[in-house]
Design a protein around this ligand. Sequence first.
Ligand code: AMP
Length: 281
Amino acid sequence: MNEMARWPRTNDIVLVPTMGALHEGHRELIRTGQALTKKKGTLIVSIYVNPTQFNDKEDLKSYPKTFEQDYELCKEEGVDLIFYPSDSEMYSGIESVSVTEKKIAQHLCGTARKGHFGGVCTVVTKLFNIIKPTAAVFGKKDYQQLSIIKQLVSDLCFPIEIIEAETIREQDGLAISSRNQFLNTEERKQSPAIHEALVAMTLSAEKQCLELIKLGKSIIETKAPLSKIDYLEIVDRQTMEPMQTIDRAALAAVAVFLGNTRLIDNIEINYLSENSANLQR
Ligand code: AMP
């Protein structure tokens, strides 16, 4: 960590924070970062499975660790530096100071995973302070996290540009995730229903959120009978507060258990005012 902190900074530094087990979604973030550094900046990927953001010890224990493969993927993509700290480098063992976001984190995964976003905010603050990037790339796959990080950067005055990357999916629509490998054959077969439900919600002309949620839930329940919906909500894209009608840009966000595996996904629902809808006719 000290080595990283003393490392000379002459150009722009773009950071891609990850927990490793790198896949095509992470590759997209790295490529977005590469495009930003435009060959003269430095692209850093951090790989750290942050214990404080896991509310379930078993989940932390089973989180996949594949450093050799991660190293190869980073090499293939021309990453300049991998920051791969140990727990003792990241946490002093005292931990009397932490970072908490108090509003956006009250919703969605914040209720289901107590303490999760506090852990995320604390570790991202540490990464920002150690690496001092000029920009950092986060995925829309974790939309609530992205929104919280934007608030963190704004409220704590970090001079860091937050860049958003689109969600990368398998051909059948399942959002790529390190956790997908835990799905058994039948669960994997049913999993595209999640994205299918979100797409149906965004394509529907229905404006009442309750009706849209009913539609999404019925698709998941019919096409993925092994699933248990943790939440399916339509929320404001910035605050994550539930919405009643689609009267502004919205987000449909979902968390589903397939067996023991908890998958999250989301889709943006655009708002077309009466006027712009008329213009399109
Ligand atoms: P993780 O390693 O799961 O903590 O994720 C690190 C970063 O990769 C986060 O900004 C995620 O939003 C992003 N990410 C994870 N999965 C995907 C995906 N399928 N497509 C795009 N970005 C992703």
